[in-house]
Design a protein. Structure first.
Ligand code: G3P
Ligand code: CA
Length: 263
């Protein structure tokens, strides 16, 4: 394994193997892991608009899978969303922090608070597309980041999306932020051509990467950084790092840190 210092460990929806995903509990566990080990962990989250025009953090467009009800996230206010139990599907008797959805502003507070205490945590903000409001979700997330001074050089934030236009907008509105393009279907065009300007990292579904080793080779040969998601198996983590991956997005950030740092 080479270049270990540059390898990034990304807690996918927080420490989501242990806690209900995208909850304060999942993100706090990832923060505590970074605190305990002294190693950097990046917290990943997907953001959506609520009905009252706030950004909330969760993966799905509806509450069906994690909340046990069919409502679209965009149709409920934050107050209503916070009444929904998004923890019981995962753990039998969730604590309040495991049960309640977290807003983007609250996640920013969590990261800022941890960093103020000297914990090395960052944030990977994913916007999902298409949305009914186009790239508004990207604009709003960037506004909230800018309000905290987190669009300046050195900000602990990476903008990530499957949508190249979203990545391009981040480059325009917040050029100092790192940007990553996510790929789940066709890596070929990106492996063989040039990535959108300013994109240094490609995040690839590890199953796609397994099936197309040639794409991976060509991407790495161009000097791009390669993150794999969602890699939960320790052997697979080792294999990908040996192969040249520079980042692991995982529900088990504890395992990834142990593989990367050997502790
Ligand atoms: O970090 C990339 C990964 O989060 C993309 O997949 O579906 O978990 O958002 P998904
Ligand atoms: Ca995501």
């Amino acid at each position: 394994m080479t270049g270990q210092a540059a390898i990034e460990v990304v807690a996918h929806r927080g420490s989501s193997a242990v806690h209900p995903e995208s909850t304060r509990a999942a993100y706090r566990a990832a923060v505590e892991l970074a605190r305990r080990t002294g190693h950097r962990v990046e917290l990943e989250g997907d953001v959506h608009f609520s009905a009252d025009d706030q950004l909330v953090v969760l993966h799905d467009l509806t509450l069906r899978r994690t909340g046990g009800r069919p409502d679209a996230v965009a149709e409920l206010t934050v107050a209503e969303l916070k009444q929904v139990d998004v923890g019981s599907w995962k753990v039998p008797d969730p604590t309040p922090e495991q049960r309640e959805l977290i807003t983007f502003a609250e996640l920013l507070d969590l990261v800022a608070g941890a960093r103020d205490e000297g914990v090395d945590v960052g944030l990977a903000v994913e916007t999902k597309h298409p949305t009914a409001r186009g790239l508004d979700v990207d604009r709003r997330a960037l506004e909230q980041l800018a309000d905290r001074g987190w669009t300046r050089p050195g900000a602990p934030v990476r903008m990530i999306s499957f949508e190249p236009r979203a990545v391009a907008l981040a480059g325009k509105l917040a050029p100092a932020l790192r940007r990553s393009l996510l790929v789940e279907k066709d890596l070929g065009p990106w492996a063989d051509g040039h990535l959108p300007e300013g994109v240094d990292t490609v995040g690839v579904d590890h199953r796609l990467a397994e099936r197309h080793p040639g794409w991976v080779d060509r991407l790495l040969a161009r000097g791009h950084r390669l993150h794999l998601w969602t890699v939960n198996d320790t052997e697979a983590m080792r294999r990908w790092l040996d192969r040249g991956a520079t980042g692991l997005t995982t529900d088990h950030p504890d395992r990834a840190l142990a593989v990367v740092h050997g502790d």
